[in-house]
Design a protein around this ligand. Structure first.
Ligand code: 3SL
Length: 233
């Protein structure tokens, strides 16, 4: 049976061997939700960068530059990190260079993986379907916040594992903890997350609609997969 484990922070990546695994990178608020939305609206590719300056340099190569630091759009970038920004017609068929505080750092730390896919509540079933079909064991990598645990990525891991129950073997205790938390939260995730640190951080920036949107399950049937240095569908 396929094994599934969860890395609850990118700072724990050294504990996991990923060269034979599919890694699902998750940053519900909001990086992987933005990436999923961008592909649902017809973006051609997203190239992730850990470094702000490397990302900025892609502007002169015809890329839209996008992302954030500490939740705020980067000065001089074309786009920030709200999923609603990625619904624009002008982005269809375009290439994005993307850097965020945690999401693209988690991607950078997953680069040894056999395969990297992007997970969010918005494409939960597309991720589950891919896991069912692929041969690899799986590691779900939660982006967290600057190395710390967060609740929303953990809930996604629980939701994904729950949707694959009886089809997978859980390794270690982290996947079990994710499922327990998801079961507690699933009837009202917004209420469950109201005290979550990043929900409060975004609320301090007057960001509310993004949170509700990013917790919507199965809005899109797209699966961003890393091909070389860029994500495509
Ligand atoms: O850290 C990240 O990758 C971002 O998604 C954080 S924020 O929601 O844009 O603040």
């Amino acid at each position: 049976m396929k094994k599934v484990d969860v890395c609850l922070s990118p700072d724990l990546m050294h504990l996991y061997k990923t060269d034979d695994r599919t890694v699902v990178v998750v940053d519900i608020l909001r990086a992987t939700s933005c990436m999923t939305t961008a592909f649902a609206y017809g973006i051609q590719s997203i190239t992730p960068f850990a470094s702000l300056e490397d990302c900025r340099a892609m502007k002169s190569k015809g890329y839209f530059t996008s992302g954030e630091r500490d939740g705020k759009k980067v000065e001089g970038f074309d786009l920030g990190n709200s999923p609603f920004e990625y619904m624009a017609e002008k982005l269809q068929g375009q290439k994005i260079a993307f850097t965020t505080t945690n999401g693209t750092q988690a991607i950078a730390k997953s680069m040894d993986a056999k395969e990297i896919v992007i997970g969010s509540f918005l494409n939960l079933s597309a991720v589950a379907k891919h896991i069912r079909q692929c041969q690899n064991d799986v590691l779900i990598v939660c982006a967290g916040w600057k190395g710390r645990f967060n609740l929303e990525d953990t809930l996604f891991a629980g939701a994904l594992i729950e949707s694959l129950r009886n089809e997978i073997e859980l390794e270690c205790d982290a996947p079990q903890a994710c499922v327990h938390l998801y079961k507690l939260a699933k009837s009202n995730m917004i209420e469950f997350l109201k005290e979550a640190s990043h929900v409060k951080r975004l609320a301090n920036l007057n960001i509310f609609e993004d949170i509700k949107f990013c917790l919507t399950i199965d809005k899109y049937d797209v699966l961003p997969v890393l091909k070389g240095s860029k994500f495509e569908v």
